[in-house]
Design a protein around this ligand. Structure first.
Ligand code: AP5
Length: 232
């Protein structure tokens, strides 16, 4: 299956895409993660992309496509993938269409996670990643046990550079201007999911709108996502 996860920053795309990967085996491909890895490695592309990311603006299509094209050619994407954070503009939707057409593939579903703005803000300002386990946590929503497990593993709770209130506000307005209009474009494939509630509840709703998710592939990793990978 080839699935796109759409939704505003903080809607839970990364959280849910990783759950679906663990359950069904299609890799989560997050353009945000690919870009952050390039920044962390200080590659030429990463150095150029950082300013746009820190400002909450979109990175140029050319650079995003360079990373995405290479990632989607990897062997683990041959049976399907979950796109998290791509496409996020009309031009990227066109580029995705071309890329899929060239490899004789098609999208199967577009999952839209819906959440009120005030909750998005709280999820983003509270987001932290455990430096030891790579687990995505939230100082407002994670349980005391999850936060204690991170401390016990010797991890620090790291905040993303773009999770400041000012940058979040710009990311949300970029989303409204450039990404939300894609809903009309994908009307035929669109599955709207209420993203309020616990991660488990949201995941159940996603499985309900993807009826073939369980049957199409055996569980690839019943133990859950691998540690050490950052969340989108
Ligand atoms: P990207 O990394 O894609 O960020 P984003 O789209 O802003 O989305 P987020 O990762 O912030 O949120 P999410 O929906 O994944 O939520 P999450 O699951 O983490 O992009 C970052 C930047 O890179 C962009 O601004 C841009 O500059 C650049 N970029 C990326 N892709 C690009 C592209 N295609 N083109 C151009 N530029 C691009 O959850 C958020 C928090 O909520 C976490 O703390 C989590 O634990 C918590 N949480 C999740 N679900 C629940 C729940 N049900 N209940 C309680 N808490 C929850």
């Amino acid at each position: 299956m080839r699935i796109v996860f759409l939704g505003a920053p903080g809607a839970g795309k990364g959280t849910q895409a990783r759950r679906l990967e663990a359950r069904c085996g299609w890799p989560q491909v997050s353009t945000g993660d690919l870009l952050r890895a390039a920044v962390a490695e200080a590659t030429p592309l990463g150095r150029r992309a950082k300013a746009a990311m820190d400002a909450g603006e979109l990175v140029s299509d050319e650079w995003v496509m360079a990373l995405l094209d290479e990632r989607l050619r990897a062997e683990d994407c041959s049976g399907g993938f979950i796109l998290d954070g791509f496409p996020r503009s009309a031009s990227q939707a066109r580029l995705l269409k071309e890329l899929l057409r060239a490899s004789r593939q098609r999208l199967d579903a577009v999952v839209m996670l819906e959440l009120p703005r005030e909750v998005l803000m709280k999820r983003l300002t509270g987001r932290r990643t455990c430096s030891a386990t790579g687990k995505l946590l939230n100082i407002y929503f994670s349980s005391a046990e999850e936060l204690a497990a991170s401390r016990a593993a010797g991890g620090e709770l790291m905040q993303r550079d773009d999770d400041t209130e000012e940058t979040i506000a710009n990311r949300l307005s970029v989303y409204e201007r450039q990404t939300r209009p894609l809903l009309a474009r994908y009307a035929d494939l669109l599955r709207r999911v209420n993203a309020m509630g616990t991660p488990d509840e949201v995941f159940e709703r996603i499985l309900e709108v993807l009826p073939s998710a369980d049957s199409m592939m055996p569980a690839a990793n019943p133990a859950g996502p691998s540690p050490g990978k950052s969340y989108g």
